[in-house]
Ligand binder design. Structure first.
Ligand SMILES: [Zn+2]
Length: 219
C-alpha cells in the first residue's frame, strides 16, 4: 500500500469533519493530491467515517481511473479532479454539508466577508455555483469555474467545498466558511451584516499569508 502517511491524513480529516458536525452520516468527502504526481487519494463512497481506515482510501489518477483500492471512490470524484486540473497550486479538498453554509447554497447567495478571519484565511466572498446534479461533470465544471482562483465555493442546493495546499488548510477554510455563514445570519437578524471593504480584505489576507501561518500560537 503506497502513501500510508497521506492516507492516514485523509482518514483523520474525514473523522474531523464528522466529529465537528460538518457532515451527517457518510455525506461529504476528502481528497489529497500527491505532490508532483498525477495521483489523488479520496475517501470511498458511502463508508462510515468512524470505521474508515487508511487502506480504505482510494487512489485515483487524474483521468478518474482507479489505481489502488477495494472500494468505489466518492461519487464527487469529478468535482475534486476538475478543481485539481484547473488549480495546480491546490493539494487538498474538503467537501461538507454543514448547515449554515448550506443555507446560503440553498438561498443561492454568497457568504460575505464579514469577519477578520474570513478575510485572512479565505479572502473573498464565497459564491454559489449554478445548480447542476450532484456527482455530474457539469457540477464539477461549474464549481471549478465559480471557485476561480479562490479558496472556497458553494454548490447550489448541496454544500460547501474548501481547498488548500494541505488538508489542515482545506478543513480550516470549511470551518471558517461555516462560522461566517452563521454569523452573517445572526447579524442580519440584528439588522444587518457589514462586509469588510475590498481594501481591508486585501490587507488582512496579505498579512495572514505573510505572517499569520508562521505564528506557533495561531490556530
Ligand atoms: Zn456533497
Amino acid at each position: 500500500m503506497r502513501f500510508g502517511p497521506e492516507r492516514k491524513m485523509v482518514v483523520d480529516t474525514a473523522r474531523q469533519i464528522y466529529r465537528a458536525g460538518l457532515v451527517i452520516g457518510t455525506w461529504g468527502n476528502v481528497s489529497l493530491k500527491i505532490a508532483g504526481q498525477p495521483l489523488v487519494l479520496i475517501t470511498p463512497s458511502g463508508m462510515d467515517y468512524q470505521s474508515m481506515e487508511a487502506e480504505d482510501i482510494v487512489l485515483m489518477d487524474m483521468e478518474g481511473q482507479q489505481v489502488e483500492g477495494n472500494w468505489k471512490p466518492s461519487s464527487e470524484l469529478p468535482l475534486h479532479l476538475a478543481i485539481y486540473r484547473r488549480r495546480p497550486d491546490l493539494l487538498a479538498i474538503v467537501h461538507v454539508h454543514s448547515s449554515f453554509a448550506t443555507a446560503f447554497a440553498v438561498a443561492r447567495q454568497s457568504i460575505p466577508v464579514i469577519m477578520e478571519e474570513t478575510a485572512q484565511v479565505i479572502g473573498h466572498p464565497i459564491q454559489t455555483a449554478p445548480y447542476a446534479l450532484a456527482g455530474s461533470r457539469r457540477v464539477a465544471e461549474l464549481a471549478a469555474d465559480t471557485l476561480g482562483l479562490g479558496k472556497a465555493v458553494l454548490l447550489a442546493n448541496h454544500g460547501l467545498v474548501g481547498t488548500g495546499t494541505n488538508l489542515q488548510e482545506a478543513l480550516r477554510v470549511c470551518q471558517i466558511a461555516e462560522e461566517t455563514a452563521r454569523e452573517t445570519l445572526l447579524a442580519r437578524m440584528l439588522g444587518g451584516a457589514y462586509s469588510l471593504t475590498p481594501e481591508e480584505i486585501a490587507i488582512l489576507h496579505q498579512g495572514y499569508l505573510k505572517y499569520g501561518q508562521k505564528k506557533p500560537s495561531s490556530k
